[in-house]
Design a protein around this ligand. Structure first.
Ligand code: PGA
Length: 253
């Protein structure tokens, strides 16, 4: 997917992680129904587990809800038991994919180089990637948060992304699933550093690439976070599992 010249709307992305059986499709239908007929101020996407992607994409077809995968392999096909290619995600109805989530980096030892390969594979399959970065608590306490994240970003972005539609998600590890949301000051500082790096890598395009914040985003804190400079959306885990909470976050954008 190539870059559109219009100013992007914020992206509110619901990452269901390893949650959701068939019954959860009702939550996706409720999100679609909640957006029905309203010109959404934000783009809205749900990232269900791979087993639900095709059915969920069908369930929300014709609505404002976009769908995507939580990860993809860096290669187009082959002997990679258990993995999903970007093309398979597109074939199942997805238009976006999350790559480099910290749970993938930690649980599956994914390196920045692998993440860059996944982002490239996503683009090749016509998907819009969300590339995730974020520091640990130890790195933040050591005063290394910004330098770590910028280095991680630099190494996770293939330069072939130039001219393509993609997003970054800043997700401090200590804020994911913990209820400890980063302070707005922390978010503003990090997003400004990411913006500067994107401009240095991609020139003018770097000014409009969406930088999502993720980590304990809830209906109660979404408005303040989404109003901060350089915050172009939210990557929402726990609060995306219930349509009511997720829609309240969309409403705040
Ligand atoms: P959380 O997860 O909203 O449950 O903290 C965010 C994420 O990991 O994408």
């Amino acid at each position: 997917m190539t870059l559109s010249s219009t100013t992007p709307r914020p992206l509110i992305a619901g990452n269901w992680k390893m949650n959701g059986l068939s019954a959860a499709l009702d939550e996706a239908r409720a999100v679609a129904a909640g957006l029905d007929g309203r010109p959404a101020g934000a783009r809205v996407a749900i990232f269900p587990p791979a087993t639900l992607l095709h059915r969920l994409a069908q369930a929300v077809e014709g609505s404002f809800v976009l769908t995507g995968g939580q990860d993809c392999h860096g290669e187009a096909s082959g002997a990679h038991t258990g993995d999903t290619s970007a093309e398979m995600i597109a074939d199942a109805g997805g238009t976006l994919v999350i790559v480099g989530h910290s749970e993938r980096r930690t649980d599956h030892g994914e390196t920045c180089q692998m993440v860059a390969g996944k982002a490239q594979a996503a683009i090749a399959a016509g998907l819009e990637p969300i590339i995730c970065v974020g520091e640990s608590l130890a790195q933040r306490e050591a005063g290394e948060a910004v330098s770590f994240v910028i280095n991680q970003l630099h190494n996770s972005l293939p330069l072939s992304l130039k001219g393509q539609a993609f997003n970054i998600a800043y997700e401090p590890l200590w804020a994911i699933g913990t209820g400890h949301v980063a302070s707005v000051d922390n978010i503003v500082e990090m997003h400004a550093a990411i913006r500067a790096e994107l401009i240095s890598l991609f020139g003018e395009q770097g000014e409009t690439i969406q930088i999502l914040y993720g980590g304990s985003v809830k209906p109660e804190n979404a408005r303040e976070i989404l109003a901060a400079p350089n915050v172009g959306g939210a990557l929402v885990g726990g609060a995306s599992l219930k349509a009511k909470d997720f829609l309240a976050i969309v409403e705040a954008a």
